[in-house]
Design a protein around this ligand. Sequence first.
Ligand code: GLY
Ligand code: MN
Length: 485
Amino acid sequence: MSSRKLIVIILAFIAVISELNAQKFAFRVDDTDGIPPHVYAERRQRLIDSLPAHAIAVILSADIRNRQNDVDYEYRQSSDMLYLTGFPFPSSALLLSKDPMVIDGKTTHEAFFVRERNTSREQWQGVQAGPTEAEQVYGLTPSVTYGRLSSILDTLLGPPNDNANQSMQDDGASAGGNASKRQLFISGWATRSVPMPLLGKNLYVDTQHKNDLADKYGALTVVTPIPALIAMREVKDTAELRLLRKAVDITVGGHLAAIKGARPSMHEYEIEALMEYAFKRAGAEDVGYPSIVGSNYNACILHYTANRRASSTGDLILADCGAEYHGYTADVTRTFPINGRFTPEQRIIYNLVLEAQDSGIAACRAGAEFKAPHKAAYAVIQRGLVNLGIASDSSDVRSYFMHGTSHYLGLDVHDPGTRGPLQPNTVITVEPGIYIAEGSACDKKWWNIGVRIEDDILITTGLPENLSAALPRTAEAIEALMKHR
Ligand code: GLY
Ligand code: MN
């Protein structure tokens, strides 16, 4: 064959291959309000720096969860992956290594694993970034095919099933590991347990995974979750605080719309709809947790989410709802009378919870113990319930205020954190409540009053900042808001 003919054949072959690989759809990021890639890169570097020698960290994407048949639940990326990469798609993994590793000839401390693009999948499910887009758009270099995660781990951790006779490389350079010295940090499991009802037991995915890793790699220490990552996520950086403030602002708008729009005899779901419509109109992708809108006796259930009851005049409405914006969620609760005016008993309980919340917020000082807001709020409620004769003694109080007062807030509504002394740039909720269910051992005039007041508090070096302060909190301010609607 002439060399000219050969060149033509090669060019034709390249054209066919390019055609096969051509993407029908362009990859686009429509949102313009995200966090720039260099911020994620700095976070990854901090995490790498925090790892002990010979340690590898793996961060896994969330699973796709099937709802039924052809329908999956709407996908949301795992919070640790969002925190470290901003990458929103499933079937991806981030691998960070304390020691340099060589992947496809490139020396690196990090590697990203992602599914190849697939036009027929994209036709149904939307365009998802592949390795090229992960590198170019998200700055995740090198990005390689997801299916290689396990074999690259094998190279890094040592030959599987051969732990007794490994040829070790103690310097940790490039690939080639030493499982007896390696620590594998895993951020968490997308699914922690799967029920197996016919066997009468659960499959605990983390235990199973750890056992299988031990079988495969021998003396490998598996650490999950990653303590340094928990500590990092507790204290918010500037980029996070901007998004968190936005989530809170959107949430305040939703609560205002719901309180102003609520009318006696509305169903709980109608109030939920007012709230979530305002969230979405303001750009929230989702709610950070299922909206809790409970009227009357339903207000006494802490995480009531059915939201099906029709309200009637005289009911209190407890609305605990938070918008999620670019992964960050607010968590705000207001309790209001559906007809715009608190009854005397409702007002007494409301004011007691408000006083407890004021004390809790005042205790939100840098250096204070994590439980300081709870202790402050609890003391107020304890004294108040005993004075009112609702609780016979202090041991009785827990049956009316049965939850903690604070949790961290961020990418998750119950965000991870160390629960050590409060630190500046940490956001926590302060959310005392009193719930007097029907049949409680007190005068029945108190029955079916459920009140929680919850705000999102930024710890600073000075006074705490209430991020949700724009939402009326006192009984009088709520009544005024409802009067002038
Ligand atoms: N917003 C619900 C909770 O904090 O548990
Ligand atoms: Mn909360």
